[in-house]
Design a protein around this ligand. Sequence first.
Ligand SMILES: [Zn+2]
Ligand SMILES: [Zn+2]
Length: 483
Amino acid sequence: MANSRPSTPHSTSGSSTSGFSISAGLLEFLRDIAESTVSQSQASLDWNPAYADSATRYGFNNPRNLCYRNSIMVLLLHTPVIYNWIQDYSPCTETHTGTSCFSCCFSRLFKSYWPRAARTKNAGTQVNLNTQLRDMWNDILKPNWVTGRGPVTDSQCQDAGEFLARFLDLFEQRVPPRKPPVQHPCTFHVLRDMNVCTNPDCARVYSGNSRTEQNNILLGSAPPTRTCATATDVVEHYLRDEDASKPCDRCKAPTINRSIVSDPPDILFVSVNRLTYSSVKGRAQFNRINTAVIPPNALELDLRKCGSENVWYKLYGIVYHQGPVTGGHYNVAVKGPNGEWVKVDDTKVEKIEDWRSTSHCQQATLFAYQKMNGKPETIDETSGTAQAGPDGQRTQLEATIGLKGKDTSWDLQKSLELPEGFDLQKQKVKFTLKLTSSSGDVYEASADTILRLKKQQSSPGKRKRAGGRGIGMEVFGRKSKKS
Ligand SMILES: [Zn+2]
Ligand SMILES: [Zn+2]
């Protein structure tokens, strides 16, 4: 396609596993779309060589509930293409010293966060960085962000993905390219509602009702019935085909509704929805999806559906969220220019080895991937403890405890070692709950129930699913019947 990066030596992987052939009609339709899209940027994805050996050293102060902001800002400061893009396509030419210019604020913050060797002594102090982020936050980010509940304040808990989306929108609005139209590095288009005939001899494409969405973040979700999935599953789920009710005009075969990413972005942000909504006796109830989502080090974006070769991405950041969906805490794991992974939790920075442990994968809520030149040598998709072993060897416990009539719940996760040959089928279990108040009063409750096998989605496709048998325990609402 016209907008793929010419320097990319595309791999030849993939097309053999695709079950579908691309029709002339679809190709023609996609060519029209490609011609109407602005060209992809050529801004460097790489770190300036001056930063090559730099290690991640800083996080940001969290005066109130700003862990989501801090995590996303650290992630963005590990995304050099944004800084490179600003320098290449829209450097600020003003000589102002104010703090209302997005381009200047982000560039200044980036340069302070990554001091070059010669300037290390003077630049990039923690105090300096906190002041710069505070100014950018107060003067640009916060005033331009109004949610359904009104203007954002420092004391609110907000969603990290929403903040990232807001930041990227502002980047597009406030830093338009001064040179001929080029795309921002995180922008991609999804073609939706395109009906395709499933009969391979016909393969007619009905593009009449299709629409194009412009996105910065791929908002996927982990299959809720599984205890373990990969980031690739999340992307596939987002782009899955759906049955269309309309039969083909020409051959009467069923048609499917297809979604296609038509232009691979430089940076692919994959967000994992962890919220489910249900109505219990007319009352809205929010629950957390605790599926462990393992980020492979390399992810393949399937562009075969639009006749292009697939593009590979490498992982460089993971945002984690722990605690209840209505509050909780964010932190982020990022790969520094020196290749080392660290976890940044507000101001705390520490090396992280177990970023693919079960508990981390259950907290992962956003993955940041950067486009690669060609195919990676190794695709490490299932390493880490989050892979489920054979039943009875590694079993994941997920429990939610809620207070009836109160908007509060706690999530518990634990990896269990069950004895060899242990059968979970119809196993009787006993729940015991003990709450000790701050004054020392003890409240107890217990209940008996039986484990039942939950119906699992059959897993289509070729990829080996790592999920073992899942047990989901819901303490909420059951114990009251007995007590
Ligand atoms: Zn400026
Ligand atoms: Zn047909």
